[in-house]
Design a protein around this ligand. Structure first.
Ligand code: XMP
Length: 317
């Protein structure tokens, strides 16, 4: 009979045995899987686990610092790396969604490789791979797939030659959550919506600039905080905002404005493979629309996406 507590006990014992006094490097994403993997390995080997959390400049508003602080509170040996400029320059001028994904994946690998070289005598790479990632044979998603699609270019980065330790590779998502909960991972990490690895870069249609990221972060934060305030956050699978590459006419006093359009997207789903648009209350949508237009400079129109997957995807890129 599987229980989270017994999984933790046996896994920690097995990790101790396997890793011994070696060092492990692990990239934290802020998501549930990498966080739980880190907690298990940390419980087994303590400060010999070196965690790296990269700020790619494409995260939600204030998320990097908030998540970094909570990792530190959990006792993890974590280094926050500000690589925002590196990601922005890699993205300059790119508009094709797959080109943006590739540039982000490659930059992540460069940053991670550089950081892992700073750890002396590291011999293991820890990963938060879960069972569905293992069985998903043809995957175009996620950091490990990103790594796969790059490891032919100029040979493997050194960290990919490390031995791999994946303590969650037999678990499903709900089991990972149960393990995280039993180890005291905070609810705000456990209950968070999925968020794509390329982050806001695939929610800004067209090219990425720091200014567009800043606008979208404000819009997204108002939407997400509104969902939380109204008790709607846990009722949807995923929510976010898209910044569209068009402007539309508005009116302010006697003046006509010509400003940006944002699309809000919230879906219900079981696994992200299919999804229905979330039937959020009209009164909520009305309030959020007003709040966004009043507070976010440069945005004069808000639309709500009422498409289901398939054929529409959850993300717009
Ligand atoms: P779509 O847009 O394909 O998204 O319906 C399904 C789920 O996958 C996430 N997603 C990604 N996650 N890298 C990721 O790590 C990506 O490039 C990526 N693209 C989409 C999306 O947020 C949703 O949860």
């Amino acid at each position: 009979n599987w229980t989270a507590d017994s999984f933790v006990d046996t896994t920690v014992a097995a990790l101790k045995e396997k890793i011994g006094t070696d060092k492990v490097v692990l990239g934290l994403s802020g998501g549930v899987d990498s966080s739980v993997a880190a907690m298990l390995i940390h419980r087994a080997i303590g400060a010999n686990l070196y965690c790296i959390f990269v700020d790619n400049g494409l995260l939600r508003k204030d998320e990097f610092q908030g998540v970094l602080d909570s990792y530190k509170t959990l006792g993890l040996n974590v280094k926050g790396v500000d690589a925002q400029q590196q990601f922005y320059s890699a993205l300059t001028g790119l508009t094709d969604p797959e080109a943006k994904r590739k540039a982000i994946g490659k930059t992540f690998i460069d940053v991670f490789d550089q950081e892992s070289h700073l750890i002396e005598d590291v011999s293991w790479l820890g990963q938060g791979t879960i069972y569905p990632d293992v069985i998903e044979s043809v995957s175009v998603k996620g950091p490990s797939a990103t790594i796969k699609s790059h490891h032919n270019v100029g040979g493997l980065p050194d960290f990919m030659k490390l031995k791999v330790v994946e303590p969650l590779n037999t678990l499903f998502k709900d089991e990972v959550r149960a393990v995280g909960r039993s180890m005291g991972l905070p609810e705000f990490i456990l209950g968070r919506h999925p968020f794509p690895g390329p982050g806001l870069a695939i929610r800004i249609l067209g090219d990425i600039t720091p200014e567009k990221v800043a606008i979208l972060q404000e819009v997204d934060a108002l939407f997400i905080n509104g969902l939380k305030r109204e008790g709607l956050y846990d009722q949807v699978w995923q929510a976010g905002a898209m910044l569209l590459p068009i402007q539309s006419v508005g009116v302010m006093g006697d003046e006509r404005t010509y400003e940006r359009v944002v699309a809000l997207r919230a879906v219900t789903s079981v696994d992200g493979m299919t999804a229905d648009w979330a039937h959020l209350p009209y009164s909520f949508l009305a309030d959020i629309s007003n709040e966004i237009i009043n507070k976010v400079k440069g945005v004069n129109r808000v639309v709500y996406d009422i498409s289901s997957k398939p054929p529409a995807t959850i993300e717009w890129e």
